[in-house]
Design a protein around this ligand. Structure first.
Ligand code: SAM
Ligand code: SF4
Length: 366
């Protein structure tokens, strides 16, 4: 029996074990993907849940060194959807039985922004008669603001930690209080305390990132008790400071491969969480998200931002599906998920089983 198959039989994993899995190739990689597919079928089944992604604004107060819509990128054409456009997109999601929407944007901590999000959450709940689940992904905010949005009806929040190595975090962000690793971590704790289903994630294949960093990221997800993870390959953007280090990067195909291995290993490590197949996978391989589903992911976030704006939410280059309208996107996904032996959970929220189990256990204790 190969060393990898011995590791795959274990029930707990050290950083060294995870690094071995991350480095495996050939027949060993096939074994890893077989195992993760089995763990997925057994624990979360073959259902894939949709989260209609509304990238409602690319205006951002922050300057992350990797991101194409960072504040200092003067070449980015800025937009901010109107409330009507956002509500129309939500209506589209509801009518097409997507089950949930994600409101995502650049970061803004003004009172006007928090009021607007609160109002939009209430309106989306109202127009869908409570049918649509709402995930927010609008960055670091105060606990008070997170609470207001939760009380308005948002019940999931995505905030990627980006990397759990504070030194690496420091290298890929400006050194100021707007970009503080500990503050980001505090935000994740606030969200968990408030009762959100909390999602985080990392970029895979960043310059200066090591295999040990990625293994520690996986252990962090487990120790934190995260409910959802969305992680994908880092893809360079020419109008960002990190572009200077593009020669240090793994070839793009290897970053893709490493991302699939991260998904597969995470599924083995955290059997009942929700794992999203990130759009960045599809930017590298046209069937990237479906491959993610095959090895362990169970969430897809079809982009339902009106097509006109999609090109401008350009975090990295070669973003997929930017020319399509939402309706075209849906038809194409039906066929794609079937190819990955998945079945779409139309009209279902598809909440994280991990979150639900924890909630039940806590209620029993109290
Ligand atoms: N502003 C919010 C935040 O940062 O949490 C939400 C939107 S932000 C664009 C969503 C995610 O995009 C980030 O968490 C980051 O991981 C990802 N991202 C940004 N630039 C990227 C790049 N060049 N390659 C891959 N992912 C990137
Ligand atoms: Fe802004 Fe988010 Fe991009 Fe950072 S990753 S620059 S916070 S949109």
């Amino acid at each position: 029996m190969s060393h990898i198959s011995t590791i795959l039989e274990q029930t707990s994993f050290s950083s060294a074990d995870l690094q071995q899995l991350l480095l495996c190739d050939g027949e060993e990689k096939r074994l890893l993907f077989k195992k993760s597919g089995e763990v997925k079928d057994l624990n979360v089944g073959n259902k894939v849940y949709f989260r209609g992604l509304i990238e409602f604004s690319n205006v951002c107060d922050k300057d992350c060194y990797y991101c194409g819509i960072r504040k200092s990128n003067r070449t980015a054409r800025r937009y901010n959807l109107t409330d009507t456009e956002i509500l129309d997109a939500a209506r589209f999601a509801d009518e097409n039985k997507f089950g949930s929407v994600v409101l995502q944007s650049g970061e803004n901590s003004s009172p006007a922004f928090s009021d607007r999000i609160e109002r939009l959450v209430r309106q989306i709940k109202h127009i869908s008669e409570g049918r649509l689940g709402i995930t927010l992904s609008v960055g670091e905010q105060t606990e008070t603001v997170y609470r207001r949005w939760f009380e308005a009806g948002a019940h999931r929040y995505l905030l990627r930690i980006e990397t759990t190595n504070p030194l690496l975090y420091h290298k890929i962000h400006p050194d100021d209080e707007l970009h503080d690793f500990n503050h980001r971590l505090d935000c994740l704790h606030s969200l968990q305390r408030l009762g959100y289903q909390v999602g985080t994630g990392v970029m895979i294949g960043l310059p200066f990132q090591t295999t040990a960093d990625l293994a520690n990221d996986l252990l962090f997800f487990q120790q934190f008790g995260i409910d959802m993870v969305g992680m994908g390959p880092y893809i360079e953007h020419s109008e960002t400071p990190l572009y200077e280090f593009r020669h240090e990067l793994l070839p793009i195909q290897e970053r893709f491969d490493l991302s699939l291995k991260m998904i597969a290993i995470l599924r083995i490590l955290m059997k009942d969480i929700n794992i999203a197949a990130a759009t960045a996978l599809q930017a590298i391989d046209p069937l990237g998200r479906e491959k993610g589903v095959k090895v362990g992911a169970n969430i897809i976030m079809p982009n339902i931002t009106p097509g006109f704006y999609r090109n401008d939410y350009s975090l990295y280059q070669n973003k997929p599906c930017i020319d399509e309208e939402p309706a075209q996107c849906k038809g194409c996904l039906d066929a794609r998920i079937a190819l990955a032996d998945g079945e779409i959970g139309y009209g279902e929220w598809g909440d994280s089983k991990h979150f639900m189990k924890n909630k039940e256990n806590n209620e029993l204790k109290n």
